[in-house]
Design a protein around this ligand. Structure first.
Ligand code: SF4
Length: 225
């Protein structure tokens, strides 16, 4: 079976919205500022975006707070560009729109319950599937509750994350909650590379592990090899 090119699917939808002359309301689930940097630079030209920071998988609270603050700082920087019209160094221009943010519940127990029995899975395995389901279901629920036309996630920018699995889960959660899921594969079109450039440009905090304590320990072990 041919693989779906989710980046192209998104482009097709954007072309259609542009023809219709509209900027749909999008709830963008975001995991951290570095991953958001490119996604927001790209999407803010075509959507009215509210970032949804919902990541109870970040088990260490100081780490969680640090990531939320960086997300807010990035959004403030992007909104300042829109206000001043100064887009120096950016790949977006005055078509960019301001971005809002909502912080979801931070209840680590919800994550631990979701991945119970899968704690020792390697990164990329079944534990991550449960983690994606938890975060995308809550994103779909909030998108529906707050009347967004679409939701999607920055998670597809990571070369370590399976875009096919994320898009399948997103689609299922959208259908379950009655809200549109926007397909994506943000790592394509040099998206991941651009996120690193933007992270340097804005001096963003870039963690070297995904989020849960299990991924942190795995990364520590890999570094020791
Ligand atoms: S490695 Fe990342 S995606 Fe996988 S369970 Fe941990 S936080 Fe979630």
């Amino acid at each position: 079976m041919n693989k779906v090119n989710y980046a192209k699917e998104l482009e097709k939808k954007i072309t259609l919205f542009q023809k219709e002359g509209r900027y749909p309301r999008l709830l963008l689930h975001a995991c951290c500022a570095p991953c958001s940097s490119y996604c927001l630079e790209y999407l803010r030209q075509y959507f009215d975006i509210t970032v949804f920071f919902y990541n109870p998988n970040i088990m260490n609270e100081p780490e969680y707070r640090k990531r939320v603050e960086e997300e807010k700082r990035l959004i403030a920087e992007y909104n300042r560009q829109v206000e001043t019209g100064d887009f120096t160094g950016m790949h977006s221009d005055e078509t960019a729109r301001k971005i809002e943010i909502i912080e979801g519940d931070y209840i680590v127990k919800d994550y631990l319950d979701a991945v119970k029995g899968l704690e020792s899975c390697p990164e990329g395995g079944d534990r991550c599937t449960k983690c994606f389901e938890l975060r995308l279901e809550e994103s779909a629920r909030i998108a529906r509750e707050k009347d967004f036309e679409f939701f999607t996630t920055t998670l597809t920018i990571s070369p370590l994350k399976d875009a096919e699995r994320l898009n399948r889960i997103g689609q299922e959660m959208g259908e379950k909650h009655g809200v549109g899921f926007l397909p994506s594969d943000f790592k394509k079109k040099e998206g991941y590379k651009r996120s690193i450039e933007l992270s340097h440009m804005f001096d963003l905090y870039r963690q070297d592990f995904c989020g849960c304590e299990f991924s942190r320990l795995q990364r520590e072990a890999e570094k020791r090899l």
